[in-house]
Design a protein. Structure first.
Length: 373
């Protein structure tokens, strides 16, 4: 194999695929990226056996071939090469060695045979639909912060993507919850998604898909079955296994009957939460909200650090109320609000609170309160 490729093109492709590779693995070949050169292109593939990513990049190929090399080492080397440089990649000069040349630099990396690299079978993916990359990005951003990290409840370790009905219209819904908070966002059901099964996309796949969208344009194509999902964006194709489990009936925990509306300016609210929570301990991050007659007083205390209080103007017409929340959860939701104002629909100090975005009625958030002394 022998090819020449511009350093930035190689770095961009490696930047996408190397994130899939686990730094600690007992199977040596899974630490490697598969490099294949043919027909004027370089194809890079990485996998952890649950998730695979492949990216194509234009290259000047003078000899076709393939090999595998340590993904993170390869990425780190290319990252340190001068911008705008041409990189020559070749094998065949020495057995089990990949040679890199760039200007006066010459490096040799150990390889493993490409025949040993595992292939993740896709199977049939009968449901295929597309959406703009920015829309898919928003769908992910507004729900992924609520994904559970508790491995025992593995069925919560991802985003639940499914077709649903809302006010008689077909929608595509994205839901995540960790039992303490819940995020539900929807958009009109794309053509091709009708009849799709409800699927749970794993946290790692969600993270890698979101990374791909950062510098992408146009549309993302999504294909899925009840066991696999494939997302194609430009020259990148990501395929992932889905979580084999049943997502809970999340509708039961969304409190649409809450009758005490509290309207806040998101920027001043987030600033106040951030300030008073500085005093809290890392474990609880508890902040108390005391609401009365268009005034919200936020406070926090810590036996080690002291106490903090801030008062902001709000719109509130109901009786006095006190309720506690995890500050991190409040800030996570505040970051997703696109409008200037958010509406908290309250019931009492021990019941879930519903949060809506004035500028985006398709997004609904639920927060469980905390006991605050």
């Amino acid at each position: 194999m022998r090819l020449t490729i511009e350093r930035s093109a190689l770095l961009r492709s490696l930047g996408h695929v190397h994130g899939v590779v686990e730094r600690r693995t007992t199977i040596p070949i899974l630490s490697n990226v598969l490099i294949r050169a043919d027909d004027g292109r370089l194809v890079l593939t990485a996998t952890d056996m649950d998730l695979a990513m492949q990216e194509r990049a234009a290259a000047d190929v003078t000899q076709a071939g393939s090999t595998t090399v340590a993904a993170h080492t390869f990425y780190d080397i290319v990252r340190k090469l001068p911008d705008g440089a041409q990189v020559e990649v070749r094998t065949g000069t020495e057995q089990g060695v990949l040679q890199l040349r760039c200007g006066r630099s010459s490096l040799k990396l150990s390889t493993l045979p490409s025949e040993d690299f595992p292939v993740m079978a896709e199977g049939e993916l009968p449901y295929v639909f597309a959406m703009p990359v920015d829309v898919l990005g928003r769908l992910i951003d507004r729900t992924r912060f609520a994904i559970s990290t508790e491995e025992t409840r593995y069925y919560l370790n991802g985003i639940y993507l499914h077709a649903a009905k809302q006010s008689g219209k077909d929608v595509l819904r994205s839901v995540a919850t960790d039992g303490h908070r819940l995020a539900r966002v929807e958009l009109p059901l794309p053509p091709g998604a009708r009849g799709m099964p409800g699927v749970i996309v794993p946290r790692k796949a969600v993270q890698e898909i979101r990374r791909l969208l950062d510098d992408a344009e146009g549309e993302a194509e999504i294909a899925l079955s009840d066991t696999k999902i494939r997302v194609s964006v430009g020259d990148v194709v990501l395929t992932s296994k889905l979580i084999d489990g049943t997502f809970p009936d999340y509708e039961r925990v969304i409190p649409f009957a809450n009758d005490k509306p509290l309207r806040v300016n998101v920027a001043s609210f987030a600033q106040a939460v951030d300030l008073v929570s500085t005093i809290t301990s890392d474990k609880t991050r508890a902040v108390k909200l005391k609401i009365d007659k268009d005034t919200l007083t936020l406070s926090a205390t810590s036996p080690d650090s002291g106490s903090a209080t801030e008062e902001i103007e709000v719109a509130y017409r109901d009786g006095p109320m006190e309720i506690g929340f995890n500050a991190r959860y409040l800030l996570d939701i505040a970051q997703q609000i696109v409008g200037e104002d958010a509406e908290f629909m309250l019931s009492d100090s021990s019941s879930p609170t519903l949060v809506r975005d004035d500028a985006d009625p398709s997004a609904v958030y639920v927060l469980m309160p905390m006991r605050v002394g």
